[in-house]
Design a protein around this ligand. Structure first.
Ligand SMILES: CN1CCN(C(=O)c2nonc2N)CC1
Length: 231
């Protein structure tokens, strides 16, 4: 899986994407994350990439030319145009289901905006889909892009140490994950549920399924309703 990220802050990615699971996935050749500096493609002698919005208003808007040329550099010579995702508060909010869908792609281009936004002609011409990580406003698209790369990459076979790692996780099956405990069996008078010490795997699995249902019902009734509909 290849992610080409068009950004004004490539160093942010290099720092975060070489760590932990994503870093190891890159070392294994399972994932490739390329941060492309949009500023390298400006034709302006002052390396300008933004300008004042037509019609007035506060803030600056990212200009077409550097983004179009960065896109062309990344897609030059490709037989097919990769799916282009613009990280935007106006997009569909990212869910695990969308992450599973995206993990089936071979190559994604993620466009990170900054300032007040980007020239609409970029979205009309280059963007296939806008994706948001939540209904709040961030400074730029870099953190949302890293969130997307993280939740998609961990679904790629071989990235997580054991494939079962994510099948019990929250949202994998539409429910929240059961409670987790580790040693000691009692901490300051607080015991671990007996069932987990029983070694009876069938009973443990049953208890965990019940816990997932119950905590989803309590913490996320919206997900619980969806889950019941799907049954
Ligand atoms: C131009 N810039 C505006 C702010 N922004 C977001 O708030 C955002 N992106 O993805 N989910 C979000 N929420 C990113 C893009």
């Amino acid at each position: 899986m290849k992610f080409d990220v068009l950004t004004l802050f490539p160093e942010t990615f290099e720092l975060v994407m070489k760590e932990s699971i994503i870093g190891r996935a890159q070392e294994k050749g399972l994932v490739e994350v390329n941060a492309i500096d949009i500023r390298d493609y400006t034709k302006d002698k002052h390396r300008k990439v933004d300008d004042y919005p037509f019609g007035g208003g506060s803030g600056m808007v990212m200009m077409c030319q550097p983004v179009f040329d960065a896109f062309r550099a990344v897609t030059q010579g490709l037989d097919t145009k990769p799916r282009v995702i613009f990280m935007s508060p106006q997009g569909r909010v990212l869910t695990q289901k969308m992450a599973v869908e995206l993990s089936k792609e071979e190559h994604l281009i993620l466009l990170c905006g900054h300032y007040e936004g980007i020239d609409e002609r970029i979205i009309e011409e280059l963007v296939d889909e806008e994706i948001s990580i939540g209904d709040y406003v961030l400074t730029g698209g870099e953190l949302p892009a890293m969130v997307l790369i993280d939740c998609v990459s961990r679904l790629i076979p071989g990235v997580l140490s054991s494939e079962g790692s994510f099948s019990d996780e929250s949202h994998f099956n539409g429910l929240l994950e059961y409670p987790q405990y580790t040693r000691p069996a009692e901490y300051e008078g607080r015991p671990v549920p007996e069932i987990l010490l029983s070694g009876h795997h069938a009973n443990i699995q049953k208890w965990r399924a019940e816990q997932s249902l119950e905590r989803t019902r309590k913490k996320r009734p919206d997900l619980y309703e969806e889950y019941l509909k799907g049954k």
